[in-house]
Design a protein around this ligand. Structure first.
Ligand SMILES: C[S@@+](CC[C@H](N)C(=O)[O-])C[C@H]1O[C@@H](n2cnc3c(N)ncnc32)[C@H](O)[C@@H]1O
Length: 213
């Protein structure tokens, strides 16, 4: 498949990501790192990065056109704290993210794989979230959102069994509304269809030398 070239100062060329990069150099400043998996067309990351100029955001998707649109939006917004990456999330994580380094991981409306026989293809399951804990800094958080009830209930069910995490929305296992929280393209689309979003937010235990930033 032919890839559309992305000429943008926000887009990180794949050759710079063949091995562990120096993120401080790629951003031009060392700040706590936030990682959005499956950024789509970038509307969410642009809004959140605007709210948090004190953080650096890696917006990743393996969808070339999505990366192009995200890079354009980042550039148009004049944001210097977002870098866009075209890659597969799990492989990128292992290759390019140092352990205990992430301030936040964001996963909005991941592909739901609604058919029962396809469920094992879902990105977010207990083994993956356990692995994510080792990339989060102490006190770092995981923000998950889905429009798909079965996916939301499944994540809400297994999260309490992962002892590395604590529920930021306790006593609620999930919420359908978060005051002031940005909405992604898919969240808006599904809300317009009358569906509810399942927001689930957990953080790793603090106090082992990391910062809440
Ligand atoms: C349903 S869309 C949601 C996009 C966006 N987060 C939103 O809420 O509007 C899911 C996105 O995740 C991307 N994606 C799914 N699995 C991925 C993976 N393993 N690595 C990178 N991107 C992935 C897809 O290309 C797609 O753009």
């Amino acid at each position: 498949m032919k890839l559309i070239p992305i000429e943008s100062p926000s887009f990180v060329p794949p050759q710079l990501l063949e091995q562990m990069p120096d993120w401080g150099t790629l951003f031009g400043a060392v700040r706590p790192l936030v990682f959005e998996i499956g950024c789509g067309i970038g509307d969410f990351v642009v809004e959140m990065a605007g709210m948090h100029p004190e953080w650096n955001f890696i917006a990743l998707d393996f969808y070339n056109k999505g990366c192009l649109k995200t890079s354009r939006k980042v550039d148009q917004a004049g944001l210097t704290n977002v870098r866009v990456v075209r890659d597969e999330a799990r492989s990128f994580l292992e290759r390019c993210i140092p352990p205990n380094s992430l301030r936040r991981v964001i996963i909005n409306c991941p592909d739901p794989w609604p058919k029962m026989r396809h469920r094992k293809r879902r990105l977010v399951d207990a083994p993956f979230v356990s692995r994510l804990a080792s990339y989060l800094a102490p006190g770092g958080d995981l923000h998950f959102a889905t429009d798909f009830m079965d996916y939301g209930l499944d994540v809400a069910r297994f999260m309490p069994s992962l002892t590395a995490y604590e529920n930021m929305l306790a006593p609620d296992p999930y919420r359908h509304y978060l005051e002031g929280y940005p909405l992604s393209k898919y969240m808006r689309k599904f809300m317009a269809e009358g569906k509810q979003i399942y927001f689930i937010q957990y953080r790793t235990a603090a106090g082992q030398g990391g910062s809440h930033a």
